[in-house]
Design a protein around this ligand. Structure first.
Ligand code: NAP
Length: 311
């Protein structure tokens, strides 16, 4: 793969930014990667482990002469970092982000960008429950989707270049409307995370009654919930605060289905339960056939090096 950008600036140096830097290096997609983070601790770790080619103390310095700027901070912090970098962006640069919600991020970022800068919102559907500068790895995006949501008037060459960059990082790229993205993600990621948080919370209450049995006998179903529920609290707080409408819509549907299953259990309607579980099993099969998860029992945990893809 050949070089696509001259200088890539990463604002934020956590899981996603670190993985992007390592994937960029792996494929030689940029002459230089520059990164910054708000805390001196994160910047020091990034320097120590050589996470990017150059760590700067401010976001303004990081974006200087960059032809690609990637905002890799929690969704709720996008507006503040955009205001900080806006006066320092190079003419013709592309600004993108990796935020898990799109409509709200566009509303935060777009009004502050100067003319002559291309804004192409993005979201890699890849993550883990780990965070921080030490958690990134070059393979994070391999064979996982990245969704771009450019406004209709965006320069097609700038979109094609960003698409090529993500493909160079190993991703499959799709273009989508921001609202559609937010609804799809409410179904596939945001609401499942909320349900996992709830289930682990319920078990935590129960633990006080059963005196640690929940942990001791933790079976696969519950363990999978705990992995998801260990995800970064700041990131997920921001996701629910900013993807409110779509999440509430899906939660409403979820609650209706849950009541229907509750009723089937109460009335002993085995046929309903069996039909329902048959339908859901087919969905799992579809995910495996699409190459988005392993067919191995228990997610192939035995002897596995890393946890599976997250978001
Ligand atoms: P992370 O590992 O927790 O890193 C977050 C970075 O943002 C750190 O550099 C942190 O700086 C910085 N930051 C936090 N709060 C900030 C604030 N108020 N102002 C400025 N900087 C701030 O997070 P991540 O998992 O890489 O997530 C980054 C973005 O990617 C989020 O928008 C998230 O929605 C999205 N995303 C996450 C995943 C996932 O599964 N994790 C997947 C796809 C997309 P310090 O360390 O210096 O405090």
């Amino acid at each position: 793969m050949s070089q696509i950008y001259t200088r890539i600036a990463l604002i934020g140096l956590g899981l996603v930014a670190g993985s992007l830097s390592l994937a960029t290096r792996r494929a030689g997609l940029a002459a230089e990667t520059v990164g910054t983070s708000r805390s001196p601790e994160t910047r020091a770790i990034a320097r120590e482990i050589n996470l990017v080619d150059r760590v700067t103390d401010t976001a303004a310095e990081a974006v200087k002469d960059a032809d690609l700027v990637v905002l890799c901070v929690p969704v709720g912090a996008m507006e503040a970092v955009t205001k900080e970098i806006a006066p320092h962006l190079a003419e013709g640069a592309t600004v993108t982000d990796v935020g898990s919600v799109k409509r709200d991020v566009i509303a935060q970022v777009a009004p502050h960008l100067p003319k002559g800068v291309h804004f192409i919102p993005g979201h890699p559907l890849a993550g883990t429950e780990h965070s921080g500068p030490r958690s990134g790895f070059a393979e994070l995006f391999d064979n996982r989707y990245t969704i771009l949501t450019p406004p209709p008037e965006t320069d097609p060459d700038a979109v094609a270049r960003l698409r090529a960059y993500w493909e160079g990082c190993g991703a499959l790229v799709e273009v989508m409307e921001p609202d559609h993205h937010d609804l799809v993600l409410a179904v596939t990621s945001h609401t499942p995370h909320l349900i996992a948080y709830t289930m682990v919370g319920v078990a935590d209450d129960l633990r006080r009654v059963t005196d640690s049995e929940v942990i001791k006998y933790s079976a696969a179903g519950f363990r999978d919930f705990t992995r998801i529920a260990a995800s970064d609290p700041t990131m997920w707080r921001d996701v629910f605060l900013t993807n409110k409408d779509a999440t509430l819509e899906i939660l409403g549907r979820f609650t209706e289905e849950l009541f229907a299953l509750q009723r089937a259990i109460r009335t002993g309607d085995g046929a309903h339960l069996h039909d329902y579980f048959t339908r859901t099993r087919a969905i799992r099969r579809g995910i495996i056939e699409a190459g988005q998860d392993t067919d191995a029992p228990d997610f192939g945990r035995v002897g596995q090096r890393k946890e599976g893809p997250g978001e």
